[in-house]
Design a protein around this ligand. Sequence first.
Ligand code: A3P
Length: 283
Amino acid sequence: MSDGYMWFEGIPFPVVGYTLEHLKAMRENFVFKDEDVLTVSFPKSGTNWLIEILCLIHSKGDTTWIQSTPIWERSPWLETTHGYKVITDKEGPRLITSHVPIQFSPKSLFKSKTKVIYLIRNPRDVLVSGYFFWTISNLVKKPESLKQYFEWFIQGNVAFGSWFDHVRGWMSMKGKENFLIVSYEELKQDTRSALQKICRFLGKTLQPEEMNSVLRNSSFQIMKENKMSNYTLLPKWLLEGPLMRKGIAGDWKNHFTVTQAEVFDKIFQEKMADLPRELFPWE
Ligand code: A3P
């Protein structure tokens, strides 16, 4: 806690909303149901975008839910004490979110048929998005510069640890019937096709007008204006600005120095070269 994180088994967690007791109990005791849908991502991968999409698919394009209930109540974060309570109090099929590395996930997940969607994003954009986000949040230690945050990110000394380890860990589920990988980049490039892929995985069929509503209401601009999704409902002492920042792929090019870009390329190669290339559509 003294360095701005809560450490658990070598991984830094945010200090607000998390406890060690809860993380331990969650791993041992939480019971997934086969009909649950779990979104997993490293923070700043576009998690809230995917949640908005899943909520709208669930309501067949009807916007009542997304306009009346905060996003963190619709698909709560299992590892937060508040989110856990909302999830366990809920009846029926549940949308659940998690940022934890796979070793912290509840053991019941691996015995269930819960549908798991792993959202992946170019780590360079995750880094830049994280730098700006943690600068305006009071959940973890604030970086003083992008240069400093770059170092922390490479070392895995950021909330939820190393991006590289996170991806590598969760990729051990690749190939399972109940595991789908979606990238931020494919969502950006062809949102409709990515939505159809998600619907197929969930076994949902949407009418064209329902699909159009999902597309429209999960767009960056509409989400940015939806106070139930843009995090402006949070108190300022927790978050000082909006979650929706730029919403583009490749913003890292506006922020990395040439040297940083080279260093990152080298590290990416060293750490991820043995994983299938198609996992990383931005490379
Ligand atoms: P940027 O900071 O690059 O703009 P998370 O939800 O995992 O915290 O990720 C936040 C990132 O997703 C931010 O990226 C945010 O702008 C982007 N994002 C949120 N909603 C989006 C949307 N509807 N379309 C595109 N990007 C979105």
